[in-house]
Design a protein around this ligand. Sequence first.
Ligand code: ADP
Length: 911
Amino acid sequence: MKLINRIILFFVCIFLINLSFAEEGQNKVIVGYYENEVFQEGAEEGAVKRGYAYEYYQKLSEYTGWKYEYVYGNFSELYSMLLDGKIDLLAGLAWKKERESLISYPSYSMGVEKYALLRHRQDTDVTNEIQSFSHKKIGVLESAMVDSLKNYLAAGKVNAVVETFNTYEDLFSAFDNKEIDILATEGDGTYSKHNAELLCYFGSTDYFLCVNKKRPDLLKQLNQAQALIDVEEPNYLSNLRSKYYHSTVSGRALTGAEKNWIENHPLLRVGYLENYLPYSGTDAMGNVTGIVKDVFSRMAGSLGLSQKAIIYLSYDNYYDMIEAMSRNEVDVVFPVGGGLYYSEKNGIYQSQPLIQSSIYLVSAAKSGNHVFAVNRNNAMQSYYIKTYFPEARIIEYENIEECLDAVRNRVVDCTTVNGLRSDILRSREYKKLFVRQLISADSRCFGVNIGNEGLLKLLNRGINMVGTEFAQNLAYRYTEGLYNYRISDFLMDNILFVILMILAAVLTGIFFIVRDANHSKKALAAVESANKAKTLFLDNMSYDIQTPMNSIIGFTSLASASINKKEKLLDYLKQITVSSEHLFAIINNILDISRIESQTVFLNEDEINFPAFVADITSILSQSLKEKNLDLTFKQNITNPNIIADKLRLQQVLLNILGNAIKFTPYGGKIYLTINELKSDEKIDSEQKSHFEIIIKDTGIGMSEEFLNVIFEPFVRDKSVINQKVQGSGLGLAISKRIVKLMGGDIFVTSKEGMGSEFIIELPLTICEFAVMQEEKKSTRVDFSGKRVLVCEDVETNQIITRDMLENSGFLVELARDGVEALEKIKLSPESYYDVIIMETRLPVMNGYEAAKQIRVLSDRKKALIPIIAVSSNAYGDDRARIFECGMNAYLTKPFNIPSLISALKGVVTR
Ligand code: ADP
């Protein structure tokens, strides 16, 4: 019934709020803002505001649309302003009958205040026994607390003297001067002195956000909003309270049991688990390190312990650690976890969680979760598995690395890794493992022997004081040690790629050889020529790849050694960029030719405007033309300027041939680019083709006659060029010829040594009415602050690069390592959580195409429509059609730079 009532109330409130919005139209609200530590801070113009009440105002605004104007003053000034109607809202007022006619109280309170009694720390006359208050002087602020205190004393039949004070200042100074024996104060109050000790709580009161009597409209909206918060976010106020009041007066005053513990224990002996960073471990100097050390150092002062009074003992094994505590070798151990059931079995109390961590299930592909590898030294792991996978069989190993190896070698199905220790998984050898976050998190706590209540309470108090965020934030200091991404790893990653490339190239070579062998009538001669070609190919390949690779390795090591010399560093980085680009071009060429040979290249159909197209090309080449003072003359003789062709491929061909002309024409020479339209065909099925001729002529070094016979073979270069060590791979023309053939045309060449060369590309092209001109790319910096992007990428270096580029533009970045993870994250995310997805097309487990398809059919239509940018390694966009078929909105080719990433994002993310 209650639930139904709440649901009805929920809808009624939504209706009313909408109604009132429509009615009011205006939503400016004036808040009286007074300074009150933790509750409401920053009470002056321009000061950063924070605190319980401040956060509460913002929450209300989410439900009411209120925009606040703050008026500052002390409480009594603001209270008078509220009575006079000069401000609309004032927070923190207790209910009082006499106030009811002057101000409006909403139906819901904004919080509850507990009243506490404190004694002087040294005063042993007063105890927790209420009778000991007899004839003692109790000081209290003139407030609602007075009645509460009197009722409490009356109920306990105690005859104490209640003295009231008008301000906190007077009250506290009376206590400090021992004019009063007992201090009555608010539990959430700001009394932060250490000379007080908590005796008991004696009551509580609700406090309210009160409204100016002349604004019934605001009261109505406030009531509706509070009712809605109660239904939609039932834990909101308790969470807010624990966020701001974890270190209240009760956190500072010690109970008798705690004080007793401190008095009887001059030393605190801490047992910690070895090799368990970031939680605990021992550093190279033999000292304790990790969260354990920082938390105890931080807590010590607050708990009245000196840091020197804490000694640490390490244990390799969890059971040994617990056992040592039961022998009274140590007082407290850290960390313990895995649930209360096992704590009870081990005879320990667990403190409140110091830190909560997610747990990852790590498995090899497609294996189940029946057999788990468990680190025998970490019982918390097996407790967790026994609790959440009761059917599982457990096999023990010496450490987590052995567990992961067992998973990798498929000796077991899986293991678990603590979320804060997940950097272990960054090691190269674990990269292929599948990692899933499990639903249940696990806590890491302090453990003390059952019965050691004083220390347990002391520790809980300490945890409340430092707050759980403290430990969580520290964790990252120690996770670095779990794994370091070394330069050698970086090189290994890339070398693997290069080896793969070489393999691809070798296969291509073998393909040529086999092809040649098939064509040859003389088997023996074919084998010989195959061997020759193979040797030549490998020689060329290894030289061409090694040269830039050597530079990259060499300059990388020089750069690491010059980290503090900015200019040198920049210079080395520039060299690395040049060599990487060259290596990238070679690899792309090798891949390209192998794909063309294996006929897996598909041509796109783009509308092209010839003059604009040529302008683009000349602008790309303008810098190199300028450097060599070359003169490029462009002439066109065409009647149909708009044609249909694969723009990137045609550009590739022209850039290649024009690039060669620039490369092989000496300083001050001339280059001519001419486009002639030769003849138009008859229209067939509304499609009209025309024959074009693109001529590129230079006044360069020319080529020998014998070289012209083989010029379009892969990897061949003229002797003079090789002798002069001009950079190149001999692949450009081979690729160009094949592309032009794919387009139905051909390339011819004439040349004379020392005189120059002329390349003629003949192409039949479909003509079209008009071509859509591309928008000019503006390089203005765009701020995407607060937008959230899900980057789906499995390769770590790429993850880092993409993440950093996106974060530079203000994005909040989240990662998914495969398509399944991406899909899960999107399904589990709240509404409108992600603004855009960047999807690598080649992903393990489920590829990017499939993931995009599945996102597009999600039943939640908002999620189904999140913009997706595909990222593909296919430089010429052959996969563009497939990308769009799967419902993705844009594509980027790897490697991309910041401007191209931003321009792709600009197109799909609404700012
Ligand atoms: P790369 O330029 O990378 O070596 P290409 O396949 O584009 O590869 O060219 C192969 C070779 O053809 C060049 O190395 C050069 O020997 C010769 N060549 C191509 N274009 C010209 C030109 N315009 N002038 C002189 N030689 C050329």
